[in-house]
Design a protein around this ligand. Structure first.
Ligand code: 9MR
Length: 347
């Protein structure tokens, strides 16, 4: 008979044996995967690859950097897929799904795109050429593509990012145009809009909703899902109900949702058990929200170890955002919180 209970010593034994993990638990809850970002830079260090290749924990991977424009088309029309191919091959070898990230973003662009002199027509052609080439190269290998990433800024009003070369040159039409090019390049892969602060109804949610409507109305364009990056802070908890509500809104627009870059950071100096407990419970809220909503396909954490997290590099004094610590040791408390939130794997 089905029953809910805390992790027992038998569960613990199964975890240690690698039989039960974050991914197997997600699948038991009806999801496609639990996954992690992986960065080419760290593949041959320590047991990094052994951990990210353990499919009990990770049934999906995302390249953290190597499919971005500066890596795939560093010079105009000269495509280089070395790093991305390594990740794609690893996913295939491990039997993991691959989320491909990302085609059109204002950041990590080569200079020829960022500071080149373009007009509307030339930049549209450049963008379409990039999308078409990269997507054709990875055809059949990606479960999903983040077609456009982070189109809106963080200032009050969350307007289109004025620093984006695409917005500056093409205007807001660049987004539906990109989705039309992506739909033409590969009819099978899932096409996503991906952003942060959209998991909070009070922030970029409305903007995202509008952009989805524009994409859907544009001839030839297709959008299958919204990627909620979900870079959260221990000091700003988001409830299960709040995240569930946002997911349900996207689902009601006939979209899949995916948690694409989950981490929950805290102030590391003086961090105590209470702060870590709060972080763990926010992770639990995200997992339960995904469990609640049928159209939520899965969750990806943005790398699995604090050692290689983007957080300390970006936010001074913050960290401890991931389930493996800086020595690549599993944090039992956070790991178990995620596992429990998925619910018992059997019974
Ligand atoms: O994890 C990535 C890090 O290694 C890069 O230095 C950084 C550069 O902007 O990008 C990081 O990944 C970002 C992702 O592509 C988009 N959402 C925010 C992520 C964290 O910055």
């Amino acid at each position: 008979m089905a029953h809910h209970r805390p992790l027992s010593s038998i569960d613990r034994q199964n975890i240690d044996d690698g039989k039960v993990g974050l991914n197997t638990a997600a699948k038991a809850a009806g999801k496609l995967y639990f996954g992690t970002a992986v960065d080419n830079r760290y593949l041959n260090t320590g047991n990094y690859t052994a951990i990210n290749s353990n499919t009990a924990d990770f049934g999906q991977i995302t390249p953290a950097n190597s499919m971005k424009w500066e890596s795939t088309e560093p010079q105009q029309n000269k495509f280089t897929y070395t790093g991305g191919d390594i990740i794609a091959d690893m996913a295939k070898k491990n039997g993991q799904l691959l989320r491909c990230h990302t085609l059109v973003w204002h950041s990590q662009l080569p200079n020829w795109v960022k500071t080149g002199s373009h007009n509307n027509a030339t930049l549209i052609a450049i963008m379409k050429n990039h999308i078409t080439n990269v997507m054709k190269h990875y055809k059949g290998k990606c479960y999903a593509w983040d077609v456009v990433n982070e189109a809106f800024d963080d200032k009050p009003g969350n307007n289109y990012r004025s620093e984006s070369i695409f917005y500056k040159t093409i205007g807001e039409a660049y987004i539906p145009i990109a989705f039309a090019a992506a739909a033409a390049a590969d009819p099978d892969v899932k096409l996503y809009y991906n952003d942060y602060n959209i998991e909070d109804m009070n922030k970029k949610f409305e903007r995202t909703k509008t952009v989805v409507e524009q994409i859907k109305a544009y001839p030839g364009a297709r959008i299958d899902g919204v990627g909620m990056q979900t870079h959260l802070q221990e000091s700003k908890p988001l409830s299960e109900a709040a995240i569930t509500a946002v997911m349900n809104k996207f689902a009601s627009m006939d979209l899949d949702v995916a948690i694409t870059e989950l981490d929950v950071r805290l102030q590391t100096k003086g961090a105590n058990a209470q702060a870590r407990q709060q972080r763990n419970s926010i992770y639990g809220n995200v997992v339960r929200a995904c469990k609640n909503v049928k159209r939520c396909v899965g969750i990806t954490i943005w790398d699995f170890t604090d050692k290689y997290s983007w957080v300390p590099e970006t936010f001074k004094g913050e960290g401890e955002a991931l389930p493996w610590d800086a020595n690549l040791k599993k944090k039992d408390d956070l790991y178990d919180a995620i596992l429990k939130a998925w619910g018992p794997a059997s019974s």
